[in-house]
Write a protein that binds this ligand. Structure first.
Ligand code: GDP
Length: 598
């Protein structure tokens, strides 16, 4: 302890931070921080934001010296700023193109429940186990890599589009190819359609795995026609989507499927530089009783090595050990290789960027920045609202308005879709990225959040989990009961004519204590009792509890001077615009009307 006092730890802190983030930055328990705050008379919860000064006092108590972020972090910050664009799929811009080498594709399997996603993932894994590995232990770490004809393919083994889109909503595009599983005996189902929308919105190429072809009631032609109806035209029908008939049960077609995935990946020309410090994504993370925080990481570029210092979201530490999907300890992980890493002091979140940093200083700066971004909610794709759209159209910036459309009945859905198709799209294109009959679900919201889309509901309700996502992501959800109004709003947004929703907020109240007259003008001698009053702001004159005038504050004076604002506790002279009937005892309520913040 004596040493620590002689050479206190210096921590770099941002201007404001959550209590939890301070604890993290200091690597002390939240309880200690809260206790420190309480001792200072500050009652704060873990998520509450405190300023640098308050944080410093607590940190000092705990034996740390603090520095404001700008002073030391600026150069690092700048480098990172250009390096990672929030919400962008490409995380690094400093890649040296001459060093790029081919990397294995990363594949996600999506489709309707019970169509065989899990069985297919298992079949692929088993079919491609090399003799050497056979009988060895494999473990589910959230992703696995197979080798096929000497080439590697990585499969994310959390099937389903929820995981896919949840990652994307956090700006993490980790999938190169999507395998859409459709059971040949059941055909295209609601979650198939949903999966198509999610993959489309992500711009990821699709390979259809027509599963369960061993079943006597398999009907391949029907599935192909249904897919075409939903905009997925397979190669056989003149489109560009490959379809491979498979059976996860008999293993028929599994090799072909992997082969086709390879071909699609080749077209995409996937590359990374294995000789740079690694950057990747956290696929899964949990707290293991024996091993501590464990994170499955997919390296996207560079090579991750044991001993590397890494930042993952808002935590950082040295990679103590790496374990692959065959439960083998490894020293290195190249691009597209999934590994479990040990050594982080805390469990990061799925979707977090993990990157190797040079030293602790850089690590702390990056952690602080990530924490700030997380608090501000900017780690996700920028949310679109109709109001923002309107503003962007006005500035000539917007190119596309994306919509997730949910409607109560099929008939209305068709009617709205065809009406939307007729809306003139001169400046801005309209794109319905997903439409379906039913209430607004969490999946709709994550899709919208990940894609920068607006959710439009017609005679629909919003499920509680969806409401929570809407609140946290600030996705614009507009509900309508009249088709005409829905169309009108969309049209206005497209042409930049949408009026933002206006809301009133009260600035303050002033009590009239005396009346003066100057010619015909009545001057109300007032005391500001709460908030403030502002010249030019809206004002309502309230007499005996009822408004008798609604207009503006024309002039505002303190003593003899014209002033812009007068705060609570001060006297002032107010002249209302075009209104002279003011009496002692009236209350002037000052307010502003502003576009609703979203
Ligand atoms: P998921 O919900 O999409 O992950 O589907 P599962 O992989 O759990 O499979 C659902 C059911 O379909 C299980 O009972 C599987 O045994 C069965 N199944 C999966 N693939 C096939 C197949 O190719 N043929 C047949 N006959 N059954 C299959």
């Amino acid at each position: 302890m004596a040493v620590a006092e002689a050479q206190p730890n210096v921590v770099v802190l941002p201007k404001t931070m959550a209590v939890g983030d301070l604890a993290r930055a200091l690597e002390v328990s939240v309880v200690d921080v809260i206790r420190g705050l309480v001792n200072m008379g500050v009652m704060a919860s873990i998520n509450q934001t405190i300023d640098f000064e308050t944080a410093s006092l607590v940190a000092n108590e705990l034996g740390f010296e603090t520095k404001p972020e700008e002073e030391v972090a600026a150069p690092v910050e700048e480098e990172i700023e250009t390096d990672i664009a929030p919400g962008k799929e490409i995380l690094w811009t400093d890649e040296d193109s001459s060093k790029l080498k081919q990397r294995p594709p990363v594949v996600t399997v999506l489709g309707h429940v019970d169509h065989g996603k899990t069985s297919l993932l298992d079949a692929i894994r088993l079919t491609n186990v090399t003799a050497r590995e056979a009988g060895g232990i494999t473990q589910h770490i959230g992703a696995y890599q197979i080798e096929h004809n000497g080439r590697k393919v990585t499969f994310l083994d959390t099937p389903g589009h929820e995981a896919f889109t949840a990652m994307r909503a956090r700006g993490a595009q980790v999938t190169d190819v999507a395998v859409l599983v459709v059971a040949a005996d059941d055909g295209v189902q609601p979650q198939t359609v949903e999966a198509i929308s999610h993959v489309r919105a992500a711009g990821v190429p699709i390979v259809v795995a027509l599963n369960k072809i061993d079943r006597p009631d398999a009907n391949a032609d029907q599935v192909k026609a249904q897919l075409a109806e939903h905009g997925v035209t397979i190669e056989e029908y003149g489109g560009d989507t490959p379809l491979v008939p498979v059976s996860a049960k008999t293993k028929q077609g599994i090799e072909d499927l992997v082969e086709v995935v390879m071909l699609v990946a080749d077209v995409a020309d996937l590359k990374a530089d294995p000789d740079r410090p690694a950057i990747g994504r956290v696929i899964e993370a949990h707290l293991d009783k024996g091993r501590g925080p464990v994170a499955t990481v997919l390296v996207q570029t560079g090579t991750l090595e044991r001993g590397d210092l890494v930042v993952a979201g808002t935590t950082f530490g040295k990679v103590r050990a790496m374990v692959d999907d065959k439960a083998k300890n490894v020293g290195r992980a190249e691009p597209s290789r999934p590994v479990e890493i040990l050594g982080l002091p805390e469990v990061p979140e799925a979707g977090d960027v993990i990157r190797v940093v040079a030293d602790e200083k850089a690590a702390r700066a990056l952690v602080a920045r990530n924490a700030r971004e997380r608090a501000a909610g900017t780690a996700a794709a920028p949310p679109a609202t109709l109001d923002e759209m309107f503003a962007q159209v006005k500035e000539g910036k917007a190119k596309e308005l994306k919509i997730v459309l949910k409607v109560d009945v099929q008939g209305s859905l068709e009617a709205i879709k065809s009406a939307l198709a007729k809306v003139p799209q001169n400046e801005v294109a309209l794109s319905v990225i997903h439409d379906a009959v039913g209430d607004i679900t969490e999946s709709d919201l994550t899709l919208a959040a990940a894609s920068g889309a607006v959710v439009i509901g017609f005679n629909t309700k919003m499920e509680a989990p969806a409401r929570r996502v809407a609140d946290s992501t600030k996705v614009d959800v507009r509900q309508y009961k009249v088709i005409y109004e829905l169309l009108e709003d969309v049209q206005k947004a497209l042409t930049g004519m949408l009026e933002p929703e206006m809301v009133e907020s009260t600035l303050g109240h002033a009590e009239v204590r005396q009346i003066f007259t100057a010619g015909k003008t009545t001057i109300a001698g007032c005391m500001v009792v709460d908030g403030l009053v502002r010249r030019g702001a809206q004002a309502r004159l309230i007499r005996a509890g009822a408004p008798v005038y609604d207009g503006k504050i024309a002039t505002l004076r303190r003593i003899k001077d014209d002033v812009r604002e007068v705060n609570a506790g001060l006297e002032c002279g107010i002249v209302l615009e075009d209104h002279n009937d003011v009496q002692v005892g009236d209350v002037i309520e000052c307010y502003v009307v502003q576009p609703k913040p979203r």
